[in-house]
Design a protein around this ligand. Structure first.
Ligand code: UDP
Ligand code: MG
Length: 325
């Protein structure tokens, strides 16, 4: 039997944490009883620099349940990096992991189905939302537009899959070989390869607390995803530039012909418009290229993706983790 660790990133989740932990502990116990996972399986709660009592609660849960571990990050690094920290710290001590959000909007009943697929030899199992009835109209349309836009930009993502997924330890180790700082796990994981499968579930509404992904953050996330995985925007700009040059040559020929035929052009407004238009296009293009240069700048610094303040785990596990590093 293989050891499972459920990884839960938590940022200001004091309202949902006690209930979510209890539900996940029940899932773990149930799977242990059924003999589907090893007896030393557990849950790692990753505190992503919360400003509320999340870490105090995690320490409490760690004392209360043997199978609950805690990882306290020194500062808020964002959902993707917090999740990555959890994967990095457990890749050597478990056989497979499942990541899930602290609010348990993703159906915990899907966990058993994922484990079954793992036990029959699958390395990566994606949780895929079969419907989004629980999301607001706005969230639903923007999220679905996001997946479609990503695929139009040539980024391989799994449609309607967020970060609820099972990964075997070899897939986790492979993931840790991707050194980029601008993490977009939904784009990286499909690139790993190995045998993959999906499990469908319907997403529930958040029971308490607020969403940590307001519209501005969602836009930023989509932007990160596109610029980290695709250079299509640069090709689009090159194409745009070439088309504009082509049209300006035609306009020049037209003006010349008009001049020889003595049809003078009343030129001021068309001249101004074209100057503004081209100025805009150029600024946009420079900005776009700047985005990629900015990324090179960030990546070239190779700063750590997260810093650990404290790790609450069995000492045995901690030693093993250190040895393998
Ligand atoms: N989260 C995090 N760090 C952050 C923001 C969010 O670890 O800076 C966690 C949060 O605690 C939750 C998960 O990421 O477990 C997803 O956040 P949320 O449920 O608010 O997003 P939504 O479901 O609204 O997209
Ligand atoms: Mg949520």
């Amino acid at each position: 039997m293989d050891r499972l660790i459920i990884i839960v990133p938590c940022f200001n989740e004091e309202e949902v944490l006690p209930n979510s932990t209890k539900q996940l502990v029940d899932v773990i116990n149930n799977l242990k009883e059924k003999g589907k996972i090893a007896p030393n399986s557990g849950i790692l709660l990753v505190n992503d620099g919360s400003r509320d009592k999340t870490w105090e609660l995690i320490k409490k849960e760690n004392k209360k349940y043997n199978c609950v571990y805690g990882l306290n990050l020194a500062a808020n690094v964002g959902h993707q990096n917090a999740l990555f920290a959890g994967i990095d710290c457990t890749k050597d001590i478990c056989d497979f992991s499942i990541s899930i959000d602290a609010d348990l909007q993703d159906d915990i009943l899907a966990i058993e189905k994922m484990v079954d697929k793992y036990n029959s030899g699958t390395d990566i199992v994606y949780g895929v939302r079969s419907d989004r009835k629980s999301d607001s109209f706005f969230k639903r349309t923007t999220a679905q537009g996001f997946y479609k836009f990503m695929s139009a930009m040539g980024v391989k993502t799994i449609y309607n899959h967020a970060d609820f997924r099972l990964m075997s330890s070899r897939a986790m180790k492979q993931l840790c070989c991707y050194k980029e700082r601008n993490l977009f796990l939904r784009g990286i994981v499909p690139e790993i390869g190995y045998k993959t499968d999906t499990v469908e579930y319907s997403r529930k509404p958040r029971t308490a607390g607020k969403s940590k992904y307001p519209f501005k953050k969602m836009l930023n996330f989509a932007w990160q995803g596109i610029t980290s995985f695709s250079i299509k925007p640069i090709s689009v700009i090159s194409f745009l530039g070439a088309s504009i040059i082509f049209f300006s040559i035609i306009a020049f020929i037209y003006t010349l012909i008009s001049y020889f035929l003595k049809h003078t052009q009343p030129g001021w407004s068309s001249l101004m418009i074209s100057i503004w238009f081209l100025g805009g296009v150029q600024l946009f293009a420079i900005g776009m290229i700047g985005q990629y240069v900015g990324k090179i700048y960030i990546e070239s610094k190779e700063r750590p993706r997260y810093n650990i303040e404290e790790l609450l785990m069995d000492d045995k596990d901690k030693d093993k983790d250190k040895d393998k590093k």
